[in-house]
Design a protein around this ligand. Structure first.
Ligand code: PMP
Length: 389
């Protein structure tokens, strides 16, 4: 059984003894110093929580209510009609992964959905999760031939062919692995097809805040919620709170009315009960503490802006360093979020790793958040050498 292409790369990186090595394979945001951040708002929330000396009781099956409310507001906006009308049920999950799994199980077991379609390419785990939940998975075209934008015509044509009632996975922002997102106009057109074909969208948003900002990145979520259609959304606090290991995420099911949302809640609880009974407390308590305190929340907004700005700065630095080396790395500034598709072939990615100790995924994906001012010039030079050969 081969290692997971991303996690296996990480293992290989650890054993590489070359001092110049750079890990652009992982899916984590790193600071300029190359470390995983511990956000100071998270630290403060943890101190407050530890001072409360709470016992370790079971959480409700649907999660911590304050967490679910706060995250729902962050994703859809407090004043969203769907929120105000009580049409959205939000369940705390084991990260974004757990939200996708729960959403797929709900669709398959209770809504009778048999098929799922995902973008080509997509995060590999989407396919594994959906198959694991009993869905048949196929793909719709996404990336254009130049690998720097969406082939929107082909995407729409394919969506028009999808069997009615199928689950369709969309990346709400910061598409993984390509970094290529839809424009507002394109989202509106996608929504029309979704309505016409009676599709069940599952919007995955693992990187809210890393694309254009916390509010801006929620555009598709809010557009879909305001349209009145039924859909699901999987969100994660792994990246924007840097709470990777705490497994904090949420599944939102946007229903036709409040009564339907209540029915959905009880079904989701039954699924949770059979899978893991109830979610872990710590990470969700931290998020609830931060989002529930206006001062901490404000500071967290600033933290997200800071992470977003560093990513953008590294995108610019990579493109500029590429230019200085005579290589066109302008893909970096055209794409958004933590990942970029370099357009490099698997063989070129192998050369980057073998000759230069620069680790990226074989499909050409690099994590831009693994770049910093010390390594970006070296990475650009390595890429330029590989591309020239
Ligand atoms: N969706 C996408 C597109 C992702 O990239 C990831 C994380 N790599 C997830 C979902 C899952 O996130 P989490 O770590 O919160 O399970």
């Amino acid at each position: 059984m081969p290692d997971d292409p991303i996690l296996g790369l990480n293992e290989l990186f650890k054993t590489d003894e070359r001092p110049e090595k750079v890990n652009l394979g992982v899916g984590c945001y790193l600071t300029e110093a190359g470390n995983l951040p511990l956000l100071d708002v998270v630290e403060e929330a943890e101190t407050r929580l530890s001072e409360k000396k709470l016992p370790h009781g079971y959480m409700p099956m649907s999660g911590i209510p304050k967490f679910c409310e706060a995250v729902k507001h962050l994703v859809f906006g407090e004043a969203s009609p769907a929120v105000v009308e009580g049409r959205i049920t939000t369940i705390q999950t084991l990260g974004g992964t757990g939200a996708l799994q729960l959403g797929a199980a709900f669709a398959h077991q209770y809504l009778g959905v048999a098929k799922a379609v995902v973008s080509d390419p997509t995060w590999g785990n989407h396919i594994a999760i959906f198959k694991g939940d009993g869905l048949t998975v196929s793909k719709y075209p996404y990336l254009n031939a130049a690998k720097d934008g969406v082939d929107f015509e082909a995407m729409i044509a394919a969506l028009n062919e999808v069997e009615e009632g199928s689950l369709v996975l969309f990346h709400a922002c910061c598409h993984n692995p390509t970094g290529v997102d839809l424009s507002h106009e394109e989202w509106r057109k996608v929504l029309e097809v979704v309505k016409a074909r009676d599709l069940l969208p599952l919007l995955d948003m693992a990187y809210q805040g890393f694309g254009d900002g916390l509010e801006e990145d929620a555009f598709a979520m809010r557009l879909f919620a305001e349209s009145g259609i039924r859909f699901m959304a999987a969100t994660s606090c792994s990246k924007n709170f840097a709470l990777y290991g705490e497994r904090v995420g949420a599944l939102h099911v946007v229903c036709g009315d409040k009564r339907e949302a209540e029915v959905a809640t009880s079904i989701l609880k039954a699924l949770v009960r059979a899978e893991y009974s109830n979610p872990p407390a710590h990470g969700a308590n931290v998020v609830a503490e931060v989002l529930g305190d206006p001062e901490l929340k404000k500071r967290w907004f600033k933290d997200v802006v800071e992470m977003h700005d560093r990513i953008c700065e590294m995108r610019r630095a990579l493109a500029e360093a590429g230019e200085a080396e005579g290589a066109d790395l302008s893909f970096a500034t055209k794409q958004k979020g933590m990942f970029s598709f370099t357009g490099l072939t698997p063989e070129e990615m192998d050369r980057l790793r073998e000759e230069f100790a620069v680790y990226g995924v074989r499909n050409g994906r690099i994590c831009v958040a693994g770049l910093n001012h010390r390594n970006v010039g070296y990475v650009a030079k390595a890429m330029a050498t590989v591309l020239k050969a």
